[in-house]
Design a protein around this ligand. Structure first.
Ligand SMILES: [Mg+2]
Length: 222
């Protein structure tokens, strides 16, 4: 693992990005808002208290990687009702990020998103950041048949949909857990927004995504 070094990414021609907490700072409060919306939804659905549903919610994240599969395992519910409710947020924490846009523009090859969020949420976040036009495709929770990362079947489905070679793919994530299977598939893995992780499945750590991208060696284009 190399922290903040000039990464050698000259073998990469597919740039795969998680969205939430990866393409914007993880401490800007947006994910906290989403977790609160999930808790509100569960309080209304179950009639339980907020402390209790937050424990349930945490358990679902641990077990399934997201709240939705846990919810669907225990309650009979149309998934879009949940997804629409929890993502119904103004996204006031986000604004156009011209520096990130320029850093992504420099990357040779395909730029793709791989998120456990809903299709609508993913598109809105990319639009708010002013980088939607850089992305060729988004693999979201509905593309994965509601099975989130890091389930291996969801990685398979994502790679089939995009037609990417994992050995030439670099995956950027704020969740170390989601990088384990990526590395096993021989993707190059970058843990974003942290400085202190030292794990065999992490190739690089990028405390600042834009700075990391700008410093990386990438394939020369003719
Ligand atoms: Mg994330």
């Amino acid at each position: 693992m190399t922290v903040s070094a000039r990464a050698d990414l000259r073998h990469v021609d597919a740039w795969l990005f998680d969205i939430d907490d990866t393409l914007y700072p993880h401490d800007n409060g947006l994910m906290a808002d989403i977790r609160q919306r999930i808790a509100d939804f569960l309080v209304r659905l179950t009639g339980k208290g907020e402390d209790e549903v937050k424990l349930i919610q945490r358990g679902w994240f641990e077990t399934h990687g997201a709240a939705l599969p846990g919810l669907l395992a225990e309650y009979d519910l149309a998934p879009h009702i949940f997804l629409d409710y929890v993502h119904d947020l103004p996204l006031h924490q986000l604004s156009p990020d011209a520096a990130l846009d320029a850093a992504i523009a420099r990357l040779p090859g395909r730029v793709l998103a791989f998120t456990n969020g809903s299709a609508n949420h993913a598109e809105r976040v990319l639009e708010k950041l002013g980088i939607a036009h850089r992305f060729e495709g988004i693999f979201h929770i509905q593309s994965g048949d509601l099975t989130p990362k890091p389930h291996p079947a969801t990685f398979d489905r994502m790679m089939a949909m995009f037609g990417i070679d994992p050995a030439q793919t670099c995956f950027f994530e704020d969740s170390s857990k989601n990088l384990i299977h990526a590395r096993a598939l021989s993707m190059t893995t970058v843990l974003v927004g942290r400085e202190d992780e030292n794990e065999a499945h992490i190739n690089y750590v990028a405390p600042d995504l834009t700075a990391f991208l700008n410093a990386a060696s990438v394939k020369e284009t003719a």
